[in-house]
Design a protein around this ligand. Structure first.
Ligand code: NAP
Length: 271
């Protein structure tokens, strides 16, 4: 299927690693020009060079998105260089473990890391998206539904991202701009690897989590996340907006009693 993304301009936040990197690679594979806005520089610069050598565009913009000025500059940079933005993927974020006892200052900082830049990027890119009937894809998290404990700032941000996805879908429908969210649950990324590495038995912890993932008892890959994102970015999903889509192997919604391997025969016994 031709996803009709050839020549489209996509801005991806946090595109140097993990899910964002998967999205950047998939968009470029489909012919899009990508602007990758990322805090650390090394991986982003390497990606830019790697793709330039193939005649492809992965323009790196170094920015810490916790600064709204840097968000504005990143959008302006994309417009100065390419003259348009067709796709905005809000992806950068971190599960920073700011809980009830950490206080309002830490909570606000967590919102800066996980939420405010989603709004700022949309605010600064909105006119450009309206001009070409563009689209927005927000990367959320299952934590907005399940809770996790000890991570109030992240949970609040991810809940708000779902709300804003529907709010912006309503706002921008008259101009033909589609807005959707893609929610991971357990996707194998450097962030996840770091979290498990901090545990006493990282290998055992990984196996324990995998046993709970109904489809295949394995983590979602960054390529599986990216495949949904490029579809939503494509005119092939031209009548899909305001949707919150879980790419999680059934982790968030399916009945653990029936899907966890230790009780997977639940209900099958003859009486
Ligand atoms: P990751 O492996 O840590 O990659 C995140 C990327 O975003 C990194 O390149 C990071 O840059 C960049 N970034 C983070 N904060 C930034 C900031 N303030 N300014 C600029 N760049 C920033 O994370 P991931 O697992 O791919 O997560 C991506 C998204 O998926 C996040 O929104 C996360 O909440 C969500 N998510 C992931 C999972 C999962 O299982 N992995 C589950 C639920 C939700 P640096 O190189 O500077 O660190």
């Amino acid at each position: 299927m031709d996803l009709q993304l050839n020549g489209k301009v996509a801005v991806v936040t946090g595109g140097s690693k993990g899910i964002g990197l998967g999205i950047v690679r998939a968009l470029i594979d489909e012919g899009a020009k990508v602007v990758n806005v990322n805090r650390s520089a090394e991986d982003g610069q390497r990606l830019q060079q790697e793709y330039a050598a193939e005649g492809k565009v992965c323009r790196f913009v170094q920015a810490d998105l916790t600064s709204v000025d840097r968000c504005r500059e990143a959008v302006q940079c994309a417009l100065d260089e390419f003259g348009r933005i067709d796709i905005l993927v809000n992806n950068a974020g971190v599960n920073d473990g700011v809980g009830i006892d950490d206080g309002p200052g830490a909570f606000l900082n967590s919102l800066q890391k996980n939420l405010i830049h989603y709004y700022a990027m949309v605010h600064y890119a909105a006119d450009a998206l309206r001009a070409h009937k563009g689209c927005i894809i927000n990367i959320g998290s299952k934590v907005c539904d399940t809770g996790q404990g000890g991570t109030s700032g992240y949970a609040a941000s991810k809940g708000a991202i779902n709300g804003l996805t529907r709010e912006w879908a309503v706002d921008l429908a008259p101009q033909g701009v589609r807005v959707n969210a893609v929610l991971p649950a357990e996707t194998w990324t450097p962030l996840y690897e770091r979290c498990l590495a901090a545990m006493p038995d990282p290998v055992g912890a990984r196996q324990d989590i995998e046993r709970l993932i109904p489809l295949g008892q394995r983590f979602t890959t960054i390529e599986e996340m990216a495949a949904m994102v490029v579809f939503l970015a494509s005119p092939r999903s031209s009548h899909t907006t305001g949707q919150i889509i879980y790419v999680d192997g059934g982790y968030t919604h399916l009945d653990r009693k029936c899907t966890a391997s230790s009780v997977s025969n639940f209900g099958s016994a003859e009486t």
